[in-house]
Design a protein around this ligand. Sequence first.
Ligand code: FPP
Length: 254
Amino acid sequence: MGLFFNNKRKKSEKSEEIIIDKTNIPAHIAVIMDGNGRWAKERNLPRTMGHRAGMDTIRKIVKESSKLGVRYLTLYAFSTENWKRPEDEVTALMKLVVEFIGKEINELHKNEVVFNVIGDISKLPQVCQESIFSAKEKTKNNKGLTLNIALNYGGRDEIVSGVKKIAQEILDNNIKVEDIDEQLISNHLYTSGMPDPDIVIRPSGELRLSNYLLWQSAYSEFWFSNINWPDFTERDLHKAISDYQNRNRRFGGV
Ligand code: FPP
């Protein structure tokens, strides 16, 4: 149940009715936005055009998640490993982040979205940091969906930086070793105060976590599909949510 695994959508899938229980919407949905490069290659376009098309999908999925009442949507946009990509692609991605904020922030604000970034933004270009800062400031008191964009994010890097902060607090005599528990560690991650993701969605056919939300996804449901991110639609989101609602989450119990 739940593995939706067809690159080309079958006719029956297009017409199949998707039923969502509006009383059991996942509070936190995390997405690995994969397949932009392949989407572009299939169309003989430069990879950056795939990222641009992926940006249009972000707009649609944020809107739909907001409408459904999802509380947190966390999108993996740039990992700590993505610096290894060609310089022009890295530059284009950073420019797209600035463009996205510039074009979308008023609409996001109007829809009560809280804009947030998880990851080490100190390594991002100055212009990027500035636009993130102003978007966060503008939307910080909103009451709707929190949109987390993971930028220069790595799950291991996040845990390392959390451990360093905890160690420093022990050295400063603010906490004791005995105070370390799961909650304390959660509180020292970028997602402090947020619920763990209920579901992690990865389109494009790759079946791995790629250093995403390692601590937080301990009990997440995983949902994979072969659709590339630029082709991902509101209907795919509905399908993922509906499959999630039909799973039996036991959290280690029976
Ligand atoms: C993975 O696909 C995608 C990324 C590394 C970048 C995701 C970025 C966006 C969707 C747009 C920019 C972000 C914002 C927040 C506006 P890939 O390039 O690895 O695809 P491939 O595996 O098919 O090559």
